[in-house]
Design a binder for this molecule. Structure first.
Ligand code: TYM
Length: 331
């Protein structure tokens, strides 16, 4: 069982990234062969600061290790260190259609936000993501709900490649949490929590102090009702129920039972305190790990060496099937 996922090294990571993706990465490393990639090349598709991108990769490596990724049990590496991703992206461009890329909602959202320049990289971003996944003959891709369309595209690309050139690529399955696959913004609970949200009060960042986290939950937008129960017109409460259920490792129904008859204020206070306790150990380990950049670089370099061996094999097979490059003797 091979598990692969990627995460962008931009901005400060938030509770949505953690619950939707990072926690499943840790579980994945126990269940199978986990391969986790810091996708710095993807981050170059929108306006960015080069120095911040480089340090962002170390920040993210430290966070992933602090969360529990263990380089002895999984492969953790930086995308740009394994050139095979870029090579495979180009090879897959020929079996990716312009029309399907145009339909990607994330491209539409992100291109609308770019003021004066929409890069071709932003448009072909999902093909690089497909290359990331397919290079490792991945079985499962743990991601948040916002990546569902990209994973479906990856499956289509793999199937199209296989039917055109013969069985080569593994068609991967997206894996989404039943609760917590889409953590919403605390100020606008109809939008997902994100690094680029309109209001920083809406996201819980790993760099937040406990007092800031408690304040953000205290001012979380709810509704005019009074009962702490799920409801179609209660996106704020639904989100807080999901968060508390995940953090405590219980079902949403159990949380509802516990807060029967409670006021929203009391509930929000409890969720805030639970999140503070949940991420505090990760925040503490992060500080220690982030202090040793040479060690982080060594871990990423060793991960890249292992990743390259797998990806190079796939690229060689793909090239052979596509008639690209010289005839190779079977190894
Ligand atoms: P990125 O860096 O935006 O997000 C990293 C992971 O966090 C999940 N996520 C969320 N989950 C729940 N609630 C939220 N509010 C929330 N916000 C983000 C994302 O779904 C993701 O799993 N394109 C990808 C990176 C990527 C990738 C890949 C992923 C590149 N190559 C190959 C998987 C496989 C992205 O931008 O994720």
């Amino acid at each position: 069982m091979r598990i692969f996922s990627g995460i962008q090294p931009t901005g400060v990571k938030h509770l949505g990234n953690y619950i939707g993706a990072i926690v499943p990465y840790i579980e994945g490393q126990e269940r199978g062969e986990g391969i986790y990639c810091i996708v710095d090349l993807h981050a170059t598709t929108v306006a960015y600061e080069p120095a911040a991108l480089r340090t962002g990769s170390y920040d993210l490596a430290a966070l992933l290790l602090a969360a529990g990724l263990d380089p002895a049990r999984c492969i953790l590496f930086r995308q740009s260190d394994v050139h095979e991703h870029s090579v495979l992206q180009w090879l897959l461009m020929g079996v990716s259609s312009y029309g399907e890329l145009l339909r990607m909602t994330q491209f539409k959202d992100k291109s609308d936000k770019q003021k004066d320049f929409v890069s071709a990289g932003l448009f072909s971003y999902p093909v690089l993501m497909a290359a990331d996944i397919l290079a490792y003959k991945t079985d499962e891709v743990p991601v948040g709900d916002d990546q569902r369309q990209h994973v479906e595209l990856t499956r289509n690309i793999a199937e199209r490649f296989n039917s055109r050139f013969g069985e080569t690529l593994v068609v991967p399955a997206g894996v989404y949490r039943t609760v917590g696959a889409r953590i919403m913004d605390l100020q606008d609970p109809t939008s997902k929590m994100s690094t680029t949200g309109a209001n920083p009060q809406g996201a819980i960042y790993f760099s937040d102090e406990p007092s800031a986290i408690l304040k953000k939950f205290k001012s979380a937008v709810t509704d005019s009702g009074r009962e702490v129960v799920r409801g179609p017109d209660k996106p704020g409460i639904n989100n807080l129920l999901d968060i508390l259920a995940v953090v405590r490792g219980v079902s949403v129904e159990e949380v509802e039972r516990e807060f029967e008859g409670s006021m929203y204020g009391q509930f929000k206070q409890t969720v805030g305190e639970a999140v503070v306790d949940y991420i505090a150990p990760v925040q503490a380990r992060y500080k220690e790990l982030r202090a040793d950049e040479a060690q982080l670089e060594a871990i990423l370099a060793a991960g890249a060496d292992k990743a390259r061996q797998i990806a190079a094999q796939t690229v060689a097979e793909v090239q052979a099937k596509m008639g690209v490059g010289p005839v190779r003797s079977a190894s």
